[in-house]
Design a binder for this molecule. Structure first.
Ligand SMILES: [Zn+2]
Length: 152
């Protein structure tokens, strides 16, 4: 039985939801895609973007491009309080639960976007208590807070 199903998301468009209670550390779904060399990734204008959210670094030589319809895991939304993370294992990439997840909960992970001039184009609607309002990686969210203070 699959651990996930696709449903209309409360965060954005579609999302993946837990079909049963899942323990922390469980592999939820494989993040499928095409393996490309890092040189290809650097040359191809498709990836010429800091927000290439479907591109995962596997190791020094390879990246994984998950920008394909067969990659169901691409539907997982960003959250400021995520319950999953995406990690490589050999040449495969998996979405792991980093918390115990209850049946019916939506899966999410931190997209890891940096803080740059176009962060405003990526509002976050995750509605978690610590939501900073934009899709920015955890380590850079203090910059959003600083920016909001300046605006007041
Ligand atoms: Zn958020």
């Amino acid at each position: 039985m699959k651990l996930y199903r696709v449903r209309k998301s409360k965060i954005d468009n579609y999302g993946l939801y837990a079909t049963k209670d899942i323990k922390k550390g469980t592999r939820v779904i494989e993040y499928k895609g095409k393996i490309i060399t890092r040189i290809e990734a650097e040359k191809n204008p498709k990836y010429d973007n800091d927000k290439a959210i479907y591109l995962f670094n596997i190791n020094k030589r390879y990246d994984l491009d998950g920008d394909f319809n067969f990659n169901t895991a691409r539907l997982i939304n960003h959250s400021c309080d995520p319950n999953c993370e995406v990690t490589g294992s050999g040449l495969k990439v998996w979405v792991y639960a980093i918390k115990n997840i209850k049946k019916g909960d939506e899966f999410s992970y931190d997209y890891g976007f940096g803080f740059d001039e176009d962060f405003k184009n990526y509002p976050c609607r995750c509605k978690s208590k610590n939501c900073c309002g934009y899709i920015v990686r955890e380590g850079s969210r203090w910059r959003i807070k600083k920016w909001k203070k300046k605006k007041l």
